[in-house]
Design a protein around this ligand. Structure first.
Ligand code: NAI
Ligand code: ALG
Ligand code: NA
Length: 505
């Protein structure tokens, strides 16, 4: 087991330095795998939001934007690459902090730190290529006019992020917004903020201009609320629950402030009868047990062709029994604890409601016997599910999959789309044409074929329906933080000639 590090005591990261929260309050950091309090983080309030937004505003317009917002993309790219390099240098200590904060297996946090570094590098490249895309001409039907496009940073952005991939979800917003030339105030989740505060330390080390990125930890209503309604915040990007997303959109609407929302999901995985069962089972497990199912795109509804359902479930149970559920620091751990006591209680309630509504807990459903402490839940497989049950309709955000059988392709699609959410969907079949048909038929922003969850920084990420709108990652992730300006020029020597000229007296 890795050595326990000391948890750095940080302030709020504002204007390029550390600052104690105005009201002097701090929040405990709990390691959910041991239930021990291991440190604390500052609790920002509206007063601190005010100061952080002012710092970001100042950084946006300082020197007419020459050093950041309107600097060549290469200037911003240099800082983004330096941040990526520091994340790589500190990968093992950041991964350890994130595991201690969230309960995620160390192999997962290690991969997440790598993904965060890659994301900063990717948007460094896009910051550079942005300059080449400026002034792209628009063809007009009148010769005496010429028009071109400028892509400009939106301004100061508020970035509100969740606890399930603490540093990575922050990076999906920080990297593209800074690449675009915005300045930002990041509000990570109070349940797991440690690595985001370390990002502040990294910004100091790389000499990021003060105020370009500010990081304020604290509670949702106290710190996130004032940020989403602040008149000097030009856009809010949010990832988290649908309920909080609605609140943020309502607050932003008062200022006609644009928002992008990446919310919950209840994504389906459809398995046909022409597949290699064990290969399909492993993807089904990865789709719902990776990160203990605390993934917005988790494929939490498993749809099995009736011909293979029994065999598939037998194998799924056999594989699930084989998952190493342990302290997330243990070598080979594949299922750690969930993030908090609140999340643990919520997941257990979902399971007991499913049982009382008549579903069968085929496997799991409780605390693993060998783990007496920590917020651990067994991998859980629920069958005999009907479409009116809570377990079919609502996001659990835990290692809990519910299963239904289907007979025909159209029945599978109908079940898959039977949800208010629309983030992701997946299909496993050896029939390529069938997979193509299903990709078109699913009402979601992401479709996986013959897999579930692999995520690449180059490809757009986001949902439809109550999973939100806007796309992160790829070029779309950069466009999220850019506004498009048309510049149209009259270039004829002739007068416009619409009005009768007055007589020259
Ligand atoms: N889609 C996703 O990626 C996520 C979904 N969830 C779902 O949400 C449930 C609740 O988890 P929470 O941590 O409570 O998620 P949440 O959506 O409340 O938290 C996400 C972020 O929003 C902030 N926030 C909360 N209330 C706010 C407000 N009124 N104004 C501005 N910001 C606010 C939080 O501090 C955090 O930074 C989970 O059980 C899960 O089902 C949670 C996290 C991520
Ligand atoms: N990095 C991977 N594989 N997935 C990220 C999921 C992000 C989310 O829950 O919003
Ligand atoms: Na924590």
């Amino acid at each position: 087991m890795a050595a326990q590090p000391t948890i750095p005591r940080r302030g709020l990261f504002v204007g390029g330095g550390w600052r104690e929260p105005s009201l002097g309050r701090r929040l405990p950091v709990v390691n959910p795998a041991t239930e021990a309090t291991i440190g604390d983080i500052p609790a920002a309030t509206a007063e601190d939001v005010e100061i952080a937004v002012a710092a970001a505003r100042d950084a946006f317009s300082r020197d007419g934007g020459r050093h950041w917002s309107h600097a060549p993309g290469a200037v911003r790219a240099k800082f983004l690459r330096a941040i990526a390099a520091k994340i790589k240098d500190r990968k093992s200590d950041l991964a350890l902090l994130e595991t201690l904060d969230s309960g995620k297996p160390l192999d997962e946090t290690d991969a997440d730190m790598e993904d965060a570094a890659v994301c900063f590098e990717y948007y460094a490249d896009l910051a550079e290529s942005l300059d080449e895309k400026q002034r792209s001409p628009i063809s007009l039907p009148m010769e005496n006019f010429k028009s071109h496009i400028l892509k400009e940073p939106i301004g100061v952005v508020g970035l509100i992020t969740p606890w399930n991939y603490p540093l990575l979800m922050a990076t999906w917003k920080v990297a593209p917004s800074l690449a675009a030339g915005c300045t930002a105030v990041l509000k990570p989740s109070e349940l797991a903020s440690l690595t985001c505060l370390e990002l502040g330390a990294i910004c100091i080390e790389v000499g990021l201009p003060p105020g370009v990125l500010n990081i304020i930890t604290g509670l949702g209503p106290e710190a996130g609320g004032p940020l989403s309604s602040h008149p000097h915040v030009d856009k809010v990007a949010f990832t988290g629950s649908t309920e909080t997303g609605k609140r943020i959109m309502t607050a932003a609407a008062q200022m006609v402030k644009p928002v992008s929302l990446e919310l919950g999901g209840k994504s389906p995985l459809i398995v046909f009868d022409d597949v290699d069962i064990d290969k399909a089972v492993e993807w089904a497990m990865f789709g719902i047990f990776a990160n203990a199912g605390q993934v917005c795109s988790a494929t939490s509804r498993l749809l099995l062709h009736e011909k293979i359902a029994k065999q598939f479930l037998d194998r799924l149970v056999a594989w699930a029994k084989n998952i190493k559920v342990s302290d997330p620091l243990e070598e080979g751990c594949r299922l750690g604890s969930v993030v908090s006591e609140g999340q643990y209680e919520k997941i257990k309630k979902f399971i007991s409601t499913a049982r009382s509504e008549g579903a069968t807990i085929l496997y799991g459903g409780a605390r693993p016997q060998h783990l007496g402490r920590g917020f651990f839940i067994e991998p859980t497989i629920i069958t005999d599910v009907s479409t009116s049950m809570q377990i079919w309709r609502e996001e659990v955000f835990g290692p809990v999959v519910c299963v239904k059988e289907f007979r025909t392709e159209s029945e599978a699609v109908e079940l898959a789309n039977d949800t208010h959410y629309g983030l992701a969907g997946a299909v496993i079949s050896n029939d390529e044409e069938r997979c193509e048909r299903i990709s078109k038929a699913l009402h979601s922003g992401i479709v996986w074929i013959n897999c579930s969850q692999p995520t690449f920084v180059q490809a757009p990420w986001g949902g439809n329906k109550r999973s939100g709108f806007g796309r992160e990652l790829g070029q779309w992730g950069l466009d999220n933080y850019l506004t498009v300006k048309q510049v149209t020029k009259y270039c004829s020597d002739e007068p416009w000639g619409w009005y009768q000229p007055p007589s020259k007296l």
